[in-house]
Design a protein around this ligand. Structure first.
Ligand SMILES: [Zn+2]
Length: 346
């Protein structure tokens, strides 16, 4: 309890000094439909992301940037690697399988920058980190073979869940028909000995737990075919994330309600590769045709910060081995999120 109060006080101090991290952004934060506009132009474009990654690679000795394939429209798909010792445990962070869920990518880019600074010194000696940011760049850039005219955000582009052919990549992990899914499986999943994966998404803006809107919800693999040890690793990974985020004062996490289909990466990748996976669904999408899914940009600050916190806490817990002894019993009491309107996303 004492520890909790200290961390809340620290979070409070942080909020006073950092404007984007307003406490009210979590509970009653600005939804679309408030007084703000939603301008997608403030997000990294695909080409800005590419040049950002290239600059970081030039700056960071331990970072390696690799092209793992191309999207339907021919955009290079990137893998960021920190792999000092193949014997170390390895975690993969995957963002933007769904093109309109971009704040997870914004957080991953910021985290990549952190990895090149003194504050992460020594961490990559003990853990290998793989990051695939923006697996669906065509959807993210709205460069697709179907109309986005009814999408609600303004800015220089629309962002959509689907790839250029209108396919949901996170339903393609068994047949692997799309080039984006093939790139991930052939050049990342099959190629490296990965222990953990966090698949980062955004859901609608109106999910709640215990009467309060959530900043996000998490879930482990729920297919009956998952190996019990893999499942336990997933629950430990979730415990690290929950403790790090829910204790911040601005984070409020629920248990996501998800299905058992192995076409979804959370389930399919756990079964096919024996990787402990965690789904993290952050609050609110960057663009959509359905208004209640979209969250105003005043929430961007804490949602990006939530992503960084997630990546930072998990690499540290794997690097120092503390993930191994993590208590997973919180999962037994963590309430499933409820939604004010019906939502389907993962
Ligand atoms: Zn998603």
């Amino acid at each position: 309890m004492k520890k909790m109060m200290i961390s809340l006080a620290a979070a409070g101090a942080l909020m006073l000094s950092a404007a984007p991290l307003q406490a009210d952004a979590v509970g009653n934060g600005p939804n679309y439909g408030g007084n703000e506009t939603i301008n997608t132009s403030i997000l990294h474009t695909y080409s800005e992301l590419a040049s950002y990654l290239q600059k970081q690679e030039a700056k960071q000795q331990d970072m390696e940037l690799e092209v793992i394939g191309q999207s339907v429209k021919g955009r290079d798909l990137y893998l960021v690697k920190y792999m000092k010792n193949p014997e170390n445990p390895t975690i993969l962070f995957l963002t933007q399988q769904h093109g309109n869920e971009q704040l997870t990518t914004e957080g991953a880019l910021e985290f990549i920058k952190h990895l090149g600074t003194g504050k992460m010194k020594g961490v990559t000696d003990n853990v290998n980190i793989l990051i695939v940011p923006m697996l669906n760049p065509d959807g993210a850039m709205g460069d697709v073979d179907f109309s986005l005219d009814d999408y609600v955000a303004s800015g220089d582009r629309h962002l959509t869940r689907y790839n250029a052919l209108g396919v949901d990549l996170n339903r393609d992990h068994v047949t692997k028909i799309q080039p984006e899914t093939q790139a991930l499986h052939n050049n990342v999943m099959s190629k490296y000995d990965i222990d953990y994966m966090i698949d980062l998404h955004h859901q609608g803006a109106r999910s709640e737990r215990d009467g309060e809107l959530v900043s996000g919800s998490i879930l482990y693999p729920t297919t009956p075919n998952v190996d019990p040890e893999v499942l336990e690793g997933s629950k430990k990974l979730g415990a690290v994330v929950f403790d790090a985020v829910d204790s911040t004062g601005w984070g409020h996490l629920g248990k996501y309600v998800g299905g058992t289909a192995e076409t979804i990466s959370r389930n399919g990748i756990a079964v096919e590769y024996g990787i402990s996976t965690l789904l993290f669904e952050m609050r609110g999408m960057s663009d959509h045709e359905y208004e209640p899914y979209v969250l105003g940009q005043k929430s961007n600050g804490y949602l990006i910060k939530q992503t960084i916190k997630t990546l930072d806490s998990t690499v540290r817990a794997i690097a120092d081995g503390s993930i191994e002894t993590k208590d997973t019993s919180f999962w037994d009491t963590l309430a499933e999120q409820t939604t004010r309107q019906s939502e389907e996303d993962e």
